[in-house]
Ligand binder design. Structure first.
Ligand code: ADP
Ligand code: MG
Length: 702
């Protein structure tokens, strides 16, 4: 009987009830599921060599020969035993060594039988040997080239104990896959990409790609199969984002902001500095968005310190000039309060009320804030997640701004948006995000970039300092403070954990107070009440506190231009993105700033690489790419919250050309068929709509 893509696994020959059960335990019920169980890596065994020609070389080689001798031998010294097999092929003899599975292997490697073995060559004494090679018993009727476990490109499959018990080790999977492809009707595998798209972008058929990754005939075949599947991994997400963007653009019911600038102008004149070219060009983008009849949906990407807040403030004033309310959402209370204070400073002189809304507000001030928002008495609202609570009702919300947007999920963004009727949306991200990731993750947004820092900023000098050189470091810091500068000391944790041996901020506070007894030292951490936090931040900002000892609560956004020293304790414990954010707290004025990464000698390889990267560059994008290279995209940058699919094959850094191609394919399809209504896109449409995603996105598409 022929197999089809949807056949149940019980129809595969060699899969009896017991094996079926172990497959079902990992969610494999059909041929389709089985084919979507991807190999985790491949071994290239295309090089079949004669023993007499073997040279010591890196890499895997394959040898075919007959068993001359197979003995179980006691290991000298360390006990236990091993199976030693001598294999000859007429040109020489080599040795195979096995430490595990000896009883079974002993019966397999019978003298006189032929085997193909693949593995890494080792050389002990005169003879070459392989330890635990992959092997294939060659029967007479077997054609050498048909070997499934050796002599070709060999897929290795992920497996579990349960699977292994029923014979599904890598060999078992390979055998089953072979059986499947012998009887599978490839035409029964639907291809979501139309023939014309496949031809246009030169991507393989889906069915052939599946065959290629499980049963590669050549390296080229494998590569094009993998490429197709990698492109596909983010294609549906790209399409979702693209559809979202199109629906927003089609919606003609947005507010058009056409009133003359009044507040905007006054604000602009009150600024103590000139805007950078980058800021001006982003403002131009925003201005033209706001004049259109569909809502703006724009991301401002700019490295730490590039001055995104001012741009947001001008956009907010455009809303107010047009009689609308505007809400600004920040991820932490400290940040919301800082923005609140900045905006008060600039907006109060313009005669504007500003309301702050955070979770820790006292009921009375919260209620009065809520009242001012609902009645429209205040046009400008700043807050944390507290803004998306049900009780917050706006009179006429025209623009929302989301700061440090990677800290929020799509759902939170969307919830705030629902507080208005199609308000304009401006999101800002300081976390430099690798280009390929932002291309995917922000596929629904228009993107503006601020590529330059304000004039007069000097690059921050960064140095790795070992614990023992602390006293010298303290001298440097003392000099800075004497010159009127301020310093941060950041610690990974607030309380000493016996096991981790971390210097906790509270303990450190004592040490630093003793060291700098002639200066004011403040403490900031997450457990303080918001009044305490606020008071400490205010004192630091005012210059009354010279040194701020803190946990990572100051990680994002905090802006004190006079601070020129950032000391990060146990720097090896932080990720790169975090280190970059923390370092971004200094270098915000015209003075030379310094970042000291304190660490011990005992560094992991990754830790070393992270710190070296920080020392080498201040370029946020370079740092982000390195970060993704070290850690993988995984859960970085809020990819999970965003609804982006788990990536099994695609590597956002290494596969950059494919990421770009996937996006191009998505754009191409939507340009031709913006609603995915054409018959050749029917499968694609079904697939896009069935992708797991939050319902808010789906509602916008449907
Ligand atoms: P970020 O982009 O990291 O959010 P901020 O908006 O906090 O950066 O700006 C960093 C600092 O730079 C602030 O103190 C801000 O007042 C200042 N700043 C912004 N734009 C300019 C400019 N064009 N010239 C000089 N200083 C600026
Ligand atoms: Mg900011």
């Amino acid at each position: 009987m022929e197999l089809t893509y949807t056949s149940d696994i019980q129809f595969i020959s060699g899969v009896g009830p017991e094996r079926a059960k172990s497959l079902r335990a990992i969610g494999i019920d059909t041929v389709k599921h089985l084919l979507n169980y991807y190999p985790r890596k491949y071994l290239d065994r295309t090089r079949i060599l004669k023993i007499g020609n073997l040279r010591y070389a890196e890499g895997i080689v394959t040898v075919i020969g007959t068993v001359k001798k197979a003995d179980v031998i006691k290991n000298r010294g360390r006990g236990g035993q091993r199976l030693q097999v001598f294999l000859e092929d007429g040109t020489g003899t080599m040795e195979l060594t096995f430490f595990q599975g000896i009883p079974y292997l002993k019966t397999s490697f019978r003298v006189g039988e032929a085997f193909a073995v693949s593995g890494k060559l080792e050389q002990f004494g005169p003879r070459f040997s392989m330890i635990h090679p992959e092997y294939d018993h060659i029967q007479q009727e077997d054609d050498e080239l048909k070997l499934i476990n050796t002599g070709g490109i060999i897929p290795l499959y992920p497996t579990t104990d349960l699977l292994r018990k029923t014979g599904f080790d890598s060999r078992g999977f390979r055998r089953v896959m072979k059986k499947v492809f012998e009887r599978l009707d490839l035409n029964s595998i639907p291809d979501t990409l139309s023939l014309s798209v496949r031809e246009q972008f030169k991507v393989s058929d889906f069915s052939l790609s599946l065959k290629a990754i499980h049963h590669p005939g050549s390296n080229d075949e494998l590569l094009s199969g993998l490429n197709r599947l990698k492109i596909e991994e983010i294609l549906y997400f790209n399409l979702q984002m693209g559809l979202r963007k199109l629906r927003i653009q089609e919606n003609e019911k947005g507010f058009t902001f056409t009133a003359e600038d009044q507040l905007v102008k006054k604000f602009y004149q009150s600024l103590p500095f000139q805007l950078t070219q980058g800021q001006i060009s982003v403002l131009r983008d925003i201005r033209s968005d706001l004049k259109r009849s569909h809502p703006m949906n724009r991301l401002i990407q700019g490295d730490v310190g590039s001055g995104k807040t001012v741009v947001a403030m001008m956009a907010m004033l455009m809303a107010v000039d047009n009689g609308f309310q505007t809400a600004f959402m920040a991820p932490t209370e400290i940040l919301a309060e800082q923005h609140y204070r900045t905006m008060l400073t600039y907006f109060q002189p313009l005669g504007l009320d500003v309301v702050l809304l955070t979770g820790s507000l006292k009921t009375a001030s919260k209620n009065s804030g809520l009242g001012m928002i609902q009645s429209g008495m205040t046009r400008i609202v700043i807050g944390t997640h507290a803004l998306i609570e049900d009780q917050v009702i706006f009179q006429n919300l025209g623009l929302i701004v989301v700061d440090e947007q990677h800290r929020f999920g799509v759902i939170q963004r969307a919830k705030l948006k629902q507080k208005g009727i199609l308000p304009h949306v401006l999101v800002m991200s300081a976390t430099p995000i690798p280009r390929t990731l932002s291309m995917t993750l922000y596929g629904d947004l228009e993107v503006s970039k601020i590529t330059e820092l304000p004039k007069g900023r000097q690059p921050i000098k960064t140095a790795i300092i070992f614990d023992k050189d602390r006293s010298q470091l303290f001298r440097t810091i003392r000099e800075q403070i004497k010159r009127g500068r301020q310093a941060y000391f950041v610690y990974p944790l607030i309380e000493e954990s016996e096991k981790l041996d971390l210097k906790a901020a509270t303990d450190a506070l004592e040490e630093i107070r003793a060291e700098f007894s002639d200066f004011q030292v403040g403490l900031l951490h997450g457990r303080l009440s918001s009044e305490e936090k606020e008071a400490t931040m205010a004192a630091f900002k005012a210059g009354e506190v010279n040194i701020l000892v803190s946990t990572t609560v100051i990680e994002v956004g905090v802006d004190v231009a006079n601070a020129s020293v950032m000391v990060i304790e146990h720097a090896e414990r932080f990720g790169l993105a975090q280190l970059h954010q923390l370092r971004g707290r200094v270098g915000r004025g015209s003075e030379q700033s310094y970042c000291f990464l304190i660490t011990s000698f005992k560094l992991s390889k990754d830790g070393k690489e992270r710190l070296a990267t920080m020392e080498r560059t201040t370029d946020g994008f370079e740092i982000a790419e390195k970060d993704m290279e070290i850690r993988g995209a995984g859960d970085l940058y809020g990819t999970r919250q965003s609804g982006m699919p788990d990536l099994q094959l695609l590597d956002l850094v290494k596969d950059e050309p494919l990421v770009i191609q996937s996006r191009q394919i998505s754009d191409f399809i939507l340009k031709d068929d913006p609603h995915l209504r054409k018959p050749e896109n029917r499968l694609l449409r079904d697939r896009v709509l069935s992708e797991p995603s939050d319902t808010l996105i789906l509602n916008e598409i449907a």
